[in-house]
Design a protein around this ligand. Structure first.
Ligand SMILES: [Mn+2]
Length: 329
């Protein structure tokens, strides 16, 4: 059945699989087009917008295109999870939000409209940013379509709760905006930030986090205690009394060795293995309703490593989602 969603354009790239051996299935071979949206478990959607990048280096508007171009390298089976997503999931590439590069507010409106439609259809949106500002309309869409409270887990090297640049909204403001405009539906104690580290913020924002009761797990704490342990705590906090969970991955939560192609690369962050473990666990959680990966900047990348990292983060989230469906969670 054809589903028409306003402000949605076809995918920026459609790639076919290279030559396979007879047992091989590439992710691009199972990725369906928008005509399958009504029965999709998950829907990829790009938001190629970096107009919120006011203080750093842009380029993340090119990430959806480059991640898509990289998809043929992914197969459908993962040995640790022991799951073949082709046996379980229907995944659709819904396309890109028709952003307006010179109009931040119109772009936010359009992203909100598109993602709201995806929630109403029942698909879990897999959002490819764009900078971190794009999380705001997507999270707001989940708040607007969820009857009860919404929890949030954000992987980030920054808090992203700024009041920045004379009140201008930006990639540093999405979670403050979401909290203050959620009409109480995102309670600070259900909002967990994992990964802040390094000399990249100010005490005033830490004070805001602490005063509100927002939960903080620094990257150093993840390294000391292990991702499995801290994530168990994070999930307990974020899901307490909520109807839905939103998961956001700012690629700059990772150490710059694992994700050099981003506006603010930093040392000391999460490892590739830590984030992949975390997103698979969160994909499997029955309350997770939305997922985004933001701040991958292909023009700043080295040998496509950050694009590949983003692609693998998406694949591991889908692996978790496939486990959830197979186990009936
Ligand atoms: Mn961020």
């Amino acid at each position: 059945m054809e589903t028409t969603i306003p402000f949605l354009k076809p995918p920026s790239v459609i790639v076919s699989a290279p030559i396979n051996d007879e047992y091989e299935v590439r992710f691009t071979e199972i990725l369906k087009d928008i005509t399958h949206l009504d029965r999709a478990d998950a829907a990829l959607v790009g938001i190629p917008f970096d107009g919120g990048t006011v203080g750093g280096r842009p380029g993340s508007r090119l990430a959806p295109k480059e991640i898509r171009a990289s998809f043929p390298a992914s197969r459908t089976y993962e040995p640790h999870l022991d799951i073949d997503i082709s046996e379980v999931l229907t995944v659709v590439d819904a396309g890109d939000v028709a952003v307006m590069y010179t109009d931040v507010h119109a772009t936010i409106e359009r992203a909100h409209t598109v993602v709201t439609h995806l929630f109403q259809i029942g698909a879990i949106p897999i959002i490819m940013g764009g900078d971190h500002l794009v999380t705001y309309p997507c999270l707001q869409a989940l708040v607007d379509t969820t009857p009860g409270y919404v929890g949030v887990i954000n992987f980030d090297s920054h808090f992203d709760v700024r009041v920045s640049y004379g009140g201008e909204i930006s990639s540093g403001t999405p979670f403050r905006m979401a909290l203050e405009r959620s009409h109480g539906k995102i309670r600070p104690h259900n909002f967990v930030e994992i990964g802040p580290h390094g000399f990249h913020t100010q005490r005033a924002y830490r004070k805001y986090i602490d005063d509100q009761g927002i939960r903080l797990i620094t990257a150093q704490e993840v390294h000391k205690r292990g991702m499995e342990t801290v994530l168990e705590q994070a999930v307990a906090w974020a899901t307490e009394g909520v109807d839905a969970l939103y998961v956001s991955v700012d690629i700059d939560a990772l150490d710059f060795a694992w994700a050099p192609g981003t506006g603010n690369p930093t040392p000391g962050g999460l490892t590739g293995a830590q984030i992949l473990e975390a997103v698979a666990t969160l994909g499997r959680h029955p309350l997770t309703r939305a997922f985004d990966v933001v701040e991958i900047s292909p023009p700043l990348d080295v040998a496509d490593l950050t694009v590949i990292m983003g692609r693998e983060i998406i694949m591991n989230f889908l692996g978790g989602l496939a486990l959830r469906k197979r186990e009936g969670l």
